[in-house]
Write a protein that binds this ligand. Sequence first.
Ligand code: ADP
Length: 315
Amino acid sequence: MQALAVHDLVKTYRNGNQALKGVTLEVPEGDFVALLGPNGAGKTTLIGIVTSMVNRTSGSVRVFGHDLLREPDVAKALIGVVPQEVNLNQFDTVHNIVTTAAGFYGVGPRAARRRAQECLEQLQLWDRRKDSARNLSGGMKRRLMIARALMHRPRLLILDEPTAGVDIEIRRSMWEFLAALNESGTTIILTTHYLEEAEQLCRHVAIIDHGRIIEHDRMSRVLRRLKEQVLLLNLRDSVAQAPQLTGFPVRVTGEHEIEVVVGEGHDLNDLFAALEQAGLHVLSMRNRSNRLEELFFRLTSRAPGARPTAAEVMP
Ligand code: ADP
């Protein structure tokens, strides 16, 4: 069963901006997916359409098999959303905020009170239930938005940058909470600017750029590719077929050119040894830029392939 099945989704805003150019994305039940992409890529638009905040131009969205246009109430009740901006009624109490949200989904008052206790305890806010939202710290407000999103027991939780600007301790406890929530069966999609966060939590990663999904793969495979270097070698002699270089995948890309992948665990010395063994004379060498690396470069403003420092990940 697909928790979310988006097919050929197109969004053209009134001013002619085409934010989504045919997005297809399937998220199986139980998955934990990171949606990454640079600013302006289309993440907010995609999430907006899935959560019924933005109208699509064309394409379809199904939530656990229910079409969002044909069965909007059923589909919406299956989704919980934690928006990027804090949008709590600052003068309302913590308890009231979550029980009111439950009411929107038709949860009765008694069930809502029981559920409020569960959710607020899970997010360490039960002691603060009588406080106004404005008296909470930034981290508590974010936790309250998660509690609010979980009141109707959604099977799919969508979080838009849940830990932006949140300090390290709160971020870690949120990671633990989300991992446990996913373990217990809730499918989770999150957008984040922290590669480390996606790496810690997510099984899959979808990367959107210029309104198109350019990558959707297992997190581990994407990370492995990020650690690879792809080199183009210009050879003195012409090559008809890919030479054997033990430990290095090779592809012929021109009469005198081959592409070699240097993966984790290998360095250039190993490559030169393998080239010598194969009797290949290299005239010049350059790095082939990789779309994914470039994207992460733009996302994180650091050298392609470099890992974030601890201070960047946990300010
Ligand atoms: P992201 O969340 O990845 O930063 P968005 O979905 O916000 O991307 O934006 C995708 C594209 O759509 C951008 O070019 C943005 O300028 C444009 N866009 C977003 N909202 C609107 C709007 N209300 N009207 C016109 N263009 C918009």
